[in-house]
Design a protein around this ligand. Structure first.
Ligand code: BTN
Length: 254
């Protein structure tokens, strides 16, 4: 079944707006947030023409093959850092449910900080953006992109990116996927600010205990990913024994 306004109206018991084509669902959600959208409101698009990823990158959402959704939340300021965890964890748990029915075992994990991996390749990413009025938090948007049946074969992403359907070996309805995902988002949104959320996210990090290279705005760090700090920062021990606390960056194993 296709993703469309009628199906979503029947299935989503929450304020939502559906766009067959959008620039970025995060931009639309931020505008709606400033216009007074209640917490839990969602923007969904079939296609994004200027989807955005982390670190200033683009995010492709061709029509008919992916899920692009942005959830508006009104978190307490001191829980803001947990929104990325909330997004990645919710996606990973949704994929767990789908993978349980797969004819073969498929691993689901999170690569620090927020890439969700299926069978070791990136299937989904999370982009959190917040709105401020001076130093007052107006709210935040958790943008999630999932590759459902995006064909990466023959592209330079083929060895890094994957889609849900070919990986699980069966069709996945995007409306069902969205409904399941929002249930997990609601579950964790009700637990924002708790240590349990960070614990559940940490338990799924495939990065920990591995030798990694992390590129940050301050430089490149190589060493052992030892753990995560209070706000979800990566604790990396370099070959000289120095422990670095890395808040953002691009991570590669090895
Ligand atoms: C990343 O891994 O770099 C994050 C990708 C986030 C993509 C999603 S798709 C829905 C929302 N709208 C956007 O423009 N970006 C996020």
């Amino acid at each position: 079944m296709s993703l469309n306004a009628d199906t979503l109206a029947a299935r989503l018991k929450r304020p939502h707006r559906f766009y067959p084509h959008a620039g970025s669902t995060n931009d639309l959600a931020r505008a709606w947030l400033l216009d007074g959208a209640p917490a839990g409101s969602v923007i969904v698009a079939d296609e994004q023409r200027s989807g955005r990823g982390r670190l200033g990158r683009g995010w492709a959402t061709p029509p008919g093959v992916a899920l692009a959704v942005s959830v508006i939340l009104l978190p307490p300021r001191d829980a803001l850092h947990q929104l990325t965890m909330l997004g990645a964890l919710s996606i990973a748990e949704t994929l767990d449910l789908l993978a349980a029915d797969a004819p073969h075992a498929v691993s689901v994990g999170i690569k620090w900080p927020n890439d969700v991996l299926l069978a070791g390749k990136k299937v989904s990413g999370v982009l959190v953006e917040s709105e401020w009025a001076w130093d007052t938090l107006r709210g935040a948007v958790v943008g999630m992109g999932l590759n459902v049946r995006v064909d990466f074969s023959g592209t330079d992403l083929a060895d890094k990116a994957i889609s849900i359907e070919p990986s699980l070996g069966r069709p996945v309805d995007r409306t069902d996927l969205l409904v399941a995902l929002l249930a997990r988002v609601d579950h964790w949104a009700a637990r924002l600010g708790t240590p349990g959320l960070q614990r559940a996210w940490t338990d799924r990090l495939v990065t920990l205990g591995q030798r990694v290279t992390v590129s940050t705005a301050q430089g490149t760090y190589v060493g052992l990913a030892e753990g995560v700090g209070v706000g979800g920062a990566l604790l990396l021990r370099d070959d000289h024994g120095t422990l670095h606390t890395l808040h953002a960056g691009d991570i590669a194993l090895g």
